[in-house]
Design a protein around this ligand. Structure first.
Ligand code: NAD
Length: 303
C-alpha cells in the first residue's frame, strides 16, 4: 500500500472511476464534491462495482476489494480533501470558468509539491492554469471513459509546466497501471480526440461501401497509428533515434502479435452481426462501427 494520498475533485462518472484506479494502485483517495448526495451515491456505486469486479475476477491491483474500499473516503471540505495529497485529479464538469475557479481555490491551499491535474477533455492547459501561483505544477491528465477499463491517459503540459511535474505524473500513471502518453505541448483537441474524430469521420464516409475488409483496414490503421505513437515515446525515452528501429520493430510486432487476430475477428463478428440484425448501411451499423473504432483507438494495451 502507498502511504501517499490522492484527492479526486468531482465524484461524477470520471471522478468515481479515477478513485477506483488510484485505490487499485494502493493510494489513499479522498473524493470531494460540492454535492453530499452525489458523494454518497458515488461511494455506493464504487462499492458495488469493486465487489462485482472481485467476484468476476476483474479487480485491478494486488489488494482485495475490502482493502481497496478502505482506501477511499468522501469529503465536502476542499481543504480537508487535499490535505496530505501529493496528486490532485480534478473531474468537475467541462466548464472553463468553473474549472478556473476550482484551480484558483486549490492554488491558495496547496504547497509547492502537489501536482494539480485536470481531466478536461479539451480545455487547453494555458486557458485553465495561466496566472496560477503553482502553474509549474499544473497539467492535464486526460482519461478515456471509463479510466478503470480504458487505460490510455494523455498527459498535456501547460507551457510553464515544470518537466519534473510531467515526469511525476507519467510515473504515477504507470504505477497505477494506466498507459500514459506524453504530449510535448498543448494542441487544440489534444491528440486522441483529433485522431478519433478523423478516423470516425472517415469510417462514417466509408460506411456506404462497408464490407468486413473496410472494418479490418480500419483496425490495422488504428493499430499502426498507436504502435507508432507508443514506440516513438519509448524510443524517445531511450534517448536514441527511432528512424530505422521503429518500422522494423513494428513489422516484427505485427507478424507476431496474437492479439491482432482477436481484434480483427471481433470487428468482423460485430460487422456481420449488425448486418444480420438490420441490413446494410443502417444507423445501428454506423454506430457499432464508431464504437469499435473508438474502442480500438482508445486501448493502447491492445497493442
Ligand atoms: N464523461 C466522459 O466521457 C469523459 C471522458 C474524458 C474526460 N472527461 C472529463 O472529465 C471531467 C468530468 O466529467 P464527468 O463526465 O465525470 O462529469 P459529471 O457531470 O459526471 O461529474 C461532475 C461532478 O463534479 C461535481 N461538481 C460540480 N461542481 C463542482 C465543484 N465546484 N467542486 C467539486 N465538484 C463539483 C458534480 O457534482 C459532479 O459530481 C470533465 O472535464 C470531462 O470533460 C469526461
Amino acid at each position: 500500500m502507498d502511504t501517499a494520498g490522492v484527492a479526486v475533485i468531482g465524484s461524477g462518472l470520471i471522478g468515481r472511476s479515477w478513485a477506483m484506479v488510484f485505490a487499485a494502485g494502493g493510494f489513499k483517495v479522498k473524493l470531494y464534491d460540492i454535492e453530499q448526495q452525489q458523494l454518497t451515491s458515488a461511494l455506493e456505486n464504487i462499492r458495488k462495482q469493486i465487489k462485482e469486479l472481485e467476484k468476476t475476477g476483474f479487480l485491478k491491483g494486488d489488494l482485495s476489494a475490502e482493502q481497496q474500499l478502505s482506501l477511499i473516503s468522501i469529503c465536502t471540505d476542499l481543504k480537508a480533501a487535499v490535505e496530505g495529497a501529493t496528486f490532485i485529479q480534478e473531474c468537475t464538469p467541462e466548464d472553463l470558468e468553473l474549472k478556473k475557479k476550482i484551480f484558483g481555490q486549490l492554488d491558495l491551499i496547496v504547497d509547492d509539491n502537489v501536482i494539480l491535474s485536470s481531466s478536461t477533455s479539451c480545455l487547453l492547459p494555458s486557458k485553465l492554469f495561466t496566472g496560477l501561483k503553482h502553474v509549474k505544477q499544473c497539467i492535464v491528465s486526460h482519461p478515456v471513459n471509463p479510466p478503470y477499463f480504458v487505460p490510455l491517459v494523455e498527459i498535456v503540459p501547460h507551457p510553464e509546466t515544470d518537466p519534473s511535474a510531467v515526469e511525476r505524473t507519467y510515473a504515477l500513471m504507470k504505477k497505477i497501471g494506466q498507459s500514459p502518453v506524453k504530449l510535448n505541448r498543448e494542441v487544440e483537441g489534444f491528440v486522441l480526440n483529433r485522431l478519433q474524430y478523423a478516423v470516425i469521420s472517415e469510417a462514417w464516409r466509408l460506411v456506404d461501401f462497408l464490407t468486413a475488409a473496410v472494418v479490418q483496414m480500419l483496425v490495422w490503421n488504428l493499430w499502426l497509428i498507436f504502435c507508432l505513437q507508443i514506440h516513438v515515446n519509448q524510443e524517445k525515452n531511450k534517448n536514441h533515434s527511432s528512424s530505422t528501429a521503429l518500422p522494423a520493430r513494428l513489422i516484427v510486432w505485427m507478424k507476431h502479435s496474437q492479439q491482432k487476430r482477436a481484434f480483427v475477428d471481433f470487428a468482423d463478428v460485430v460487422h456481420r452481426s449488425c448486418v444480420a440484425m438490420s441490413g446494410e448501411n443502417t444507423f445501428t451499423e454506423r454506430m457499432v462501427l464508431v464504437l469499435v473504432t473508438r474502442m480500438l483507438v482508445c486501448n493502447p494495451n491492445a497493442v
